[in-house]
Write a protein that binds this ligand. Sequence first.
Ligand SMILES: Nc1ncnc2c1ncn2[C@@H]1O[C@H](COP(=O)(O)OP(=O)(O)OP(=O)(O)O)[C@@H](O)[C@H]1O
Length: 583
Amino acid sequence: MTDARHVEEIGRVLEGSQTGRDNFVSASWRRCVELYGMDPTRSDPAYIVTDAELRDHRKQAEWMISAARSGLQSLFRQVAGQNYVLLLTDAKGVCVDFFGDELFTDDLRSAGLYLGSNWSEDLAGTCGVGACLVTQEPVTVHQDDHFGNAHTVLSCTAAPIFDSLGHLAAVLDISLLRSPTPKSSQNLAMSLVSTAARRVEMANLMAESPRDWVLRLSSSPEFLDVDPEAAVRLDGSGRVLGYTRAARRLFADSGPMIGRRIDEVLSVSVDDLPDLMRDRPTEERVIEMRDGGALFGHAIAPKAPRQHHPGMRRGGALAGLTGGDPEMARLLGQAERLAPGNVPILITGETGTGKTRLARAIHMTSKAQGFISLECAGLSPELVAQSCLAATGPTTLLLRRIEELSAQTAVALAGLIDRKPDLRPISTSCLPPAQIALPPVLFHRLAGCALTIPPLRMRRDLDWLMSRHLRRHASDAVRLSPSARADLLGRSWPGNIRELEQVLDVASALCVGPVIDLPDLPAPVEIGTPRERAALAPADPQEVLEQVLDACDWNMARAARRLGVNRSTILRRIRKAGLRLPE
Ligand SMILES: Nc1ncnc2c1ncn2[C@@H]1O[C@H](COP(=O)(O)OP(=O)(O)OP(=O)(O)O)[C@@H](O)[C@H]1O
């Protein structure tokens, strides 16, 4: 378009005509004339800040320049040979970093596509960076979309970069000195620059968050771990400390994000984060949105958990394994202190109590990078040797159900542990330590410290575990009726958390509507004869009685059901043991 026709079109837009331009371009033209008093017939040269001013701008944008550098480099490689120039400007529109072909340095400098040029709208008129700063959205300002005649050969596509508090911090611009006439020729540039800006925000958020949880989100499971769309940074109580721009858009309402609890915007709380870590299959890491949609989540635990004081919530992967059961809290405290060292740990507890889960959480809190998991039943000396010798660097060796090890494999394993000092064994067994029949040479190499997980019937957080499982796994906010809840609270749970999860899954599949009622619950499964069950019971019946009563808040009927006896037997045992109701 000739200069005269360009000026004439601006005149028509000012009079209120629609000329087919994008709305943001027409609005910017009006601001240029009405707000900044600009004249489209003048060909003002690019505005370049002084060297001293540039140093100041670069200093203030230092953190953004370093977060963006590798993103810019890889974007520049993607467009190599196509004469694109990349500019990173600060929030005032001053170019603080630049990638362009040195062959064209003079042309680029005179067009203002260079370090130190100021592309704010009030100085440069309608342009990619200026329009992006005003609209806070990605834009393409193509050829005679520009206001000033000096820039009408350029094509500029720009995307905003926000800091983790949601403030616009920078603009990433990709420009061409000469471009094909159709504006649509820049659609690919738009997609590249928007993706690069999103990745810079992600890199910045990750760099800020070594001591906090980060929850990354993606609508497609394939990209969740490699290129997520959005992320939020959370403190140990699940409050939002920072977020990327895309996360803001995912949360339907527009209230302030910082300081809000994540469970107010997503159906996930801080206790669920360990379930969303990378060791879980992606398809299991689904998070429901408050608006009915769903996303996939990838939680990253704090690398260096914040120093916590007694009474504060524990961070990292061990968080969320209890909803306040005192025995679990004591056990997790020990696990947390043992995790960073190299002491071999033996985890015991009935089937389904969460031994494997605890072992993984210890691994995640430790310094080990490699993770080998071996099922001991049927494990041959050859397979154990092959797995252990392949390990490089600090590695956790999880041995599940060590009581099933054959004598031959046990001897081989003891030798391997000596040969590979970087291997840290964590073993699990359903038997109490004293009943595990292993050669002493191996037992003492595995059981540096023994942690025993309490059975579910003795835990005080059963209600919390139920609510959490339903929130995470049932659809449409399924909840328990009071009678169904009371029934479940009174069961003895021989299969522990695994059984609990199955019962809740069956009940939520069977219930019609959002409430699980008594008839929806599968009947409790009693395994083994009473004599076998008695043999499995811990030695001190009075201790068991006290623990179960505590776990049931001294509700006799519930405690009776958990122990598989009737209420009068409980009363008789209480009297016989001389127990008193706590104050
Ligand atoms: N603290 C916990 N909070 C919520 N779910 C848990 C917890 N611990 C375990 N689970 C869940 O309970 C189920 C059984 O856990 P896990 O496999 O760790 O038990 P286990 O003691 O190793 O069982 P087994 O000895 O039979 O192999 C899993 O689905 C696990 O995710």
